[in-house]
Design a protein around this ligand. Structure first.
Ligand code: HEM
Length: 160
């Protein structure tokens, strides 16, 4: 069995489920919710939705991380982290780290805080901030996907 091909397949499936979910939330769910009133209802709905998505995304980030590090090990490609034209390798680990911290540290902490003292923040402001953060994460993730596909198939954009 070709373990490397299997790792690559699982890696891409994990990325599709995870970043695809982020894209759906950013481009469909949040804009739809922002048109509903009152804003506090939107946030309550989004919180329930986010909890469910976070549970699923924890598995997909784990899968992406494990398969990714396995591929680096098999390729013995650690040196890439010292070569700037492999910027997409740094980008993958960076995006993965951000989401890992969000999903495994910040989300459970926010949930616990909400149970003890429900948020008093202005709902409209919170929703606008949420949308901004999601757009930034989505754009960075898509640049990473484009760089990783191009780079791992030999097209090292910005370098030889
Ligand atoms: C710990 C985190 C990660 C590690 C260690 C990692 C590692 C890798 C490695 C070693 C490859 C194969 C490179 C090659 O064949 O030369 C790869 C491919 C790829 N990775 Fe990651 N990755 C990680 C996270 C991510 C994330 C977060 C994304 C998406 C935002 C991503 C998207 C991709 C894509 C699209 C490919 C190309 C697959 C293909 O076209 O065959 N990876 N990754």
């Amino acid at each position: 069995m070709d373990e490397f091909a299997l790792a690559r397949t699982l890696h891409v499936l994990g990325v599709v489920l995870w970043i695809g979910g982020v894209a759906m939330v950013t481009t469909v769910l949040l804009p739809t919710l922002s048109r509903l009133r009152p804003a506090s209802d939107e946030l309550a709905f989004f919180d329930r939705f986010r909890r469910r998505f976070a549970r699923q995304a924890r598995y997909t980030t784990l899968l992406v991380g494990l398969s990714g590090f396995y591929m680096i090990y098999v390729l013995n490609a650690w040196h890439r982290f010292t070569e700037w034209h492999y910027w997409w390798m740094h980008a993958m680990v960076f995006i993965w780290l951000i989401f890992t911290i969000m999903l495994f540290v910040m989300e459970p902490r926010a949930r616990r805080a909400q149970q003890t003292a429900p948020a008093q923040l202005d709902s409209e402001k919170k929703l606008t901030k949420l949308q901004r953060v999601h757009w930034i994460l989505l754009i960075l993730s898509l640049i990473t996907v484009a760089g990783a596909v191009a780079g791992s198939h030999g097209w090292l954009i910005f370098g030889a």
